[in-house]
Design a protein around this ligand. Sequence first.
Ligand code: 5AD
Ligand code: SF4
Length: 441
Amino acid sequence: MKGEKFFIETYGCQMNFSDSEIVASLMTDAGYSLTTDLAEADIIFVNTCSIREHAEQRVRKRLRELKSLKKKKPHLLTGLLGCMAERLKNQLLFEEKSVDIIAGPDAYRELPKLIDIAAEGQKAINVFLSAEETYADINPVRLLNNGVSAFISIMRGCENYCSYCVVPYTRGKERSRDPESIFNEAKELFEKGYKEITLLGQNVNSYKWGKTDNYTDFPAIMEKIACINPLLRIRFATSHPKDLSDELLKTIAKHSNICRSVHLPAQSGSTKILNKMNRKYTRELYMNRIESIRKFIPDCAISTDIISGFCTETEEDHKDTLSLMKWAKFDYAYMFKYSERPDTTASTKFKDDISDEIKSKRLQDIIEMQQKLSLESNHQDIGKKFEVLVEGISKRSADHLFGRNSQNKVVVFQKKDFNTGDYVNVKILRCTSATLIGEAI
Ligand code: 5AD
Ligand code: SF4
């Protein structure tokens, strides 16, 4: 029923967060109002992630909690959105009856209809994956709300089929969004006072739009957005090493407002494992891409994703991962234990043959290596000066502000009379492995 309040909680990646903003926009356009207070919600959406088993378990626990809430509040409707929709639809809607609505990542425009169906006591479901949907015309409701940084989704889906990854099955075919709509969204955000946008896609480097005369690829869209205003910072995620071109690196180098930070998931340092993962690059090619980044953008920070204990991984392969990390001197890493996902090539063709104990032990080695590297990288910043975009008050101290430098490192410094959204030049005095601490100059 229109006028009712909806609440939305998001699990998983930045793409999911950006999707929640699209859902919030579609729902408000349909006459519902967003609430940030779960207790007063008439509809609760849970936007889900399937990437690792652990993520799914967390969501299922949450759904059980919401099911008991429904007992106390009979008119409450719950909806499961996103990546878990297709995979678990029968179980959640018909067997466990833990939700009323299920909508996959390409079905959000149908939500108002699905709500009407569910309100009549019927099962409401749409998990159809589209080859075209990009939500290009939707103006997302910004949920982060610091008024400084925002996400813009520029493409959807993935067709890389890394053998461990469920995304191609949950998010469907790769498709790029109309560059005009991306440019307008970025421009509008800047006019509203936003200072930083992150262009999002599962593999942003393969962004492409149009034919011959209006052909736009990722470096071209970056260039266009960088020219909106030098005070608008641009970030992007995620890049696939096989598609990270020198042309893109040159575009980044050319514009000081494109941030000096590249997220380049390596996943493993062993060519044998990379091949089994279907990553389509070798250790050498990955190293070549890192060398190019260093050549074109010497002050660039590089972060990565690593998976420990993929099928057939030996001690030797694991050592190759550690040595790659050390060689690349990653500034930051997201590190995971391999978790078998249904439908993937790894689950149907390979044996998950590394014990949980070994996976954990190797993950621990990887985490320790990264902590060392992050600390070393931060140590090297002591004495340097950075332009920091202020995001808010530091959680630890009310008279300190925190923000990020171009390299995406968190910088903390004394508040004085600076405000959220200001660019402040800060000299670094001290550091931990996670934070740079400095003073405004
Ligand atoms: N197990 C563990 N980690 C995974 N990732 C993707 N699929 C899996 C899986 N099955 C990690 C990859 C990817 C990041 C988003 O999640 O490192 O880059
Ligand atoms: Fe998954 Fe590979 Fe696509 Fe990333 S590039 S979403 S890891 S299939």
